[in-house]
Design a protein around this ligand. Sequence first.
Ligand SMILES: COc1cc(/C=C/C(=O)SCCNC(=O)CCNC(=O)[C@H](O)C(C)(C)COP(=O)(O)OP(=O)(O)OC[C@H]2O[C@@H](n3cnc4c(N)ncnc43)[C@H](O)[C@@H]2OP(=O)(O)O)ccc1O
Ligand SMILES: O=C(O)CCC(=O)C(=O)O
Ligand SMILES: [Fe+2]
Length: 358
Amino acid sequence: MPTTVSVLSNITDFVVNEGHGVKGLSEMGLQTLPKQYIQPLEERITPTTVILDDQIPVIDMSNWDNDTKLIGEKICNAAEKWGFFQIINHDISLDVLESVKEATYRFFRQPAEEKNKHSKENSSTNNVRYGTSFTPKAEKALEWKDYLSLFYVSDEEAAALWPSALREEALDFLRNSEIVIKKLLEALMKGLNVKEIDETKESLLMGSKRINVNYYPKCPNPELTVGVGRHSDVSTLTILLQDNIGGLYVKKLDSETWVHVPPIDGALVINIGDALQIMSNGRYKSIEHRVMANGSNNRISVPIFVNPKPSDVIGPLAEVLENGEEPIYKQVLYSDYVKHFFRKAHDGKDTVDFAKIK
Ligand SMILES: COc1cc(/C=C/C(=O)SCCNC(=O)CCNC(=O)[C@H](O)C(C)(C)COP(=O)(O)OP(=O)(O)OC[C@H]2O[C@@H](n3cnc4c(N)ncnc43)[C@H](O)[C@@H]2OP(=O)(O)O)ccc1O
Ligand SMILES: O=C(O)CCC(=O)C(=O)O
Ligand SMILES: [Fe+2]
């Protein structure tokens, strides 16, 4: 086992290259945060920018069959005003949610050598990626997070390539989320004057999926760093399962203030991603969010990113422009958009400028 002194003299080797991650660092019992993780003042989450008297909407899906119109309107309203909401009574069983959380812990509990088989350098596939921070090579300060990212192609590919520690549970969460994803997209498309989601639209909106499992270990100086820096997701929409620790903050539209997303047992957090902001010509908002590190507890979260296919070209939908509205985004190849996102450090909403008509 390396000593604290030898680890601290080469953090990148220990955390990034050897695959110990920030989990390995945290478990050495550090008393102070290594300098590589100290974020500039403007990137830290401070009480002065957080407001306590507002909250993202919480939408009850239980009466969907009888109240589709009313619930649909609430969803569209939340997508326009907040870009974020929580759903309760969504029909994904607590068992499925608990199992994927347990499996996440099972994956991260494994020795570094086992997890590191899935690093960019060691993995035989781009569709399975274990890593730490976001893009360590491009970042001035690292983020206090380890992750495993799984791009879904087929059950057969998952059986061959996904780590067995969480494969079945991640697939179960993906399968069970299908119905609620379709309900959300049906409501959101109605709000854009799209009457029917045919095969082509379905493929454009949800032609590919990625499931990530995030691990934020206990941090010695949480106020000096971030779990995840300011970013918007590049998805169509994201379905996020968080545990009961808290720490996710969402920027309020047209303001410099942030609200906390309080954990609600059994709820899922939904957010609009850049792809849907672009397709809706800016009507639905892909909002900046970030995660605070925690000084007392480890935290996990499991986002499912629902995306266009990499080969799709995305731009404002014809139905949205039908009434003469001017497009504010151009047509872009989705994989170019995603590559642009992955190649730079988290920088708030700047990714979407890639698709803006100047
Ligand atoms: C917040 O912290 C995060 C967030 C995320 C993900 C957030 C999302 O919103 S995911 C939704 C992304 N959409 C998709 O995955 C569907 C479309 N997929 C694609 O278009 C492609 O699969 C691709 C992602 C572009 C990869 O295509 P490929 O041809 O294989 O390109 P590469 O050259 O291998 O990769 C380009 C560039 O991106 C880096 N990268 C690729 N995948 C990941 C990943 N899962 N996590 C981090 N970085 C990734 C890759 O290293 C390349 O960069 P280089 O600098 O090496 O050139 C995810 C993780 C978080 O922490
Ligand atoms: O962990 C969270 O609550 C949010 C994670 C996130 O924003 C992401 O993975 O894109
Ligand atoms: Fe995110």
